[in-house]
Design a protein around this ligand. Structure first.
Ligand SMILES: Nc1ncnc2c1ncn2[C@@H]1O[C@H](COP(=O)(O)OP(=O)(O)OP(=O)(O)O)[C@@H](O)[C@H]1O
Length: 268
């Protein structure tokens, strides 16, 4: 299959895999559309993500990958369509319903988003705020012992328990991203969402973070959806690839059936 052929509408198979509609899905998107100020970002986007699978979203800059993730989390409202996450309808969902849904998710972003002046342990404790809103989970010193212990366990999983008391702004980029992974995992989420988790890391640190992130996600049986500009990462770590181009989902297929060359077609 050539790169050019893969990205052309004749090969669009979004939503067409029989398995996508029959497997239990943690995320179901149907007919999703989003505009900003009248400019179409994407329309008619449909897919289903089976439980326990990792899905990579790929596509050129500005095609709407982050916007799509934000619509899934309910941080921005789609203009049309439906998004069901763990049984909750996100489009038009109430704030309490969206908060309860997000409490079952872990988020990792490219900028780590740690609170710089707080300790590593407090940052990880804050990963429990979705499940336990309120001041007790702002800092490890207010948190109940069970939460502190959960945070230490999460730090052990990413190999950083020995840095629990270090301030977050005294970490390297790779260490920060590991702490962000611990924070995402501490609440035992059902879904992990990562927006370019290695974008700010050098290649070796990026590789380490991807290995760690996916080995932990697989151990926990978590459904993962991640954006990557690294085609090798998308193919290596994604069970499935979603490709956005020209305002539609041009690609929705198993990673094992694709090559680097196929995916480059999305960037032409
Ligand atoms: N809040 C917003 N208001 C207006 N336009 C926005 C907003 N957020 C994103 N956009 C626009 O929507 C388009 C898609 O942006 P988005 O960040 O989703 O793309 P992306 O595929 O994630 O890009 P990249 O790969 O560069 O991160 C861009 O043209 C962007 O400028």
């Amino acid at each position: 299959m050539t790169a050019q052929a893969q990205a052309k509408p004749t090969l669009v198979i979004a939503g067409a895999e029989p398995s996508a509609s029959v497997l239990p899905a943690d995320i179901r998107v149907s007919g999703l559309a989003k505009t900003f100020g009248g400019a179409k970002i994407f329309a008619d986007v449909s897919f289903a993500l089976p439980r326990g699978e990792a899905t990579a979203i790929v596509g050129a800059n500005g095609t709407g990958k982050s916007t799509l993730l934000r619509c899934l989390i309910g941080l921005i409202q789609a203009d049309a369509g439906s998004v069901q996450v763990l049984g909750t309808e996100v489009v038009g969902g109430t704030s309490p319903a969206l908060r309860a849904m997000r409490a079952q998710m872990g988020l990792v972003s490219q900028k780590h988003n740690l609170v710089p002046r707080l300790s590593v342990l407090s940052n990880v404790v804050q990963g429990l705020l979705g499940k336990h809103p309120g001041i007790r989970h702002w800092s490890q010193s207010f948190a109940p012992a069970t939460s502190r212990e959960a945070a230490i366990t999460a730090l052990e999983k990413v190999g950083l328990a020995h840095l629990a008391s270090r301030r977050a702004d005294r970490l390297s980029g790779g260490q920060s991203q590991r702490v962000a992974i611990a924070r995402a995992l501490v609440g035992r989420p059902n879904i992990l969402i990562a927006d370019e988790p290695t974008a700010s890391l050098d290649p070796a640190a990026g590789e380490d973070v991807m290995e760690l992130f996916f080995s932990l996600a697989r151990q926990e049986g978590v459904t993962v959806i991640f954006i990557s500009h690294n085609i090798d990462h998308a193919l290596e770590y994604g069970d499935r690839i979603l490709g956005l181009a020209d305002g539609t989902m041009q690609l929705d297929t198993r990673a094992s059936t694709l090559s680097v060359k196929d995916l480059r077609g999305l960037y032409d």
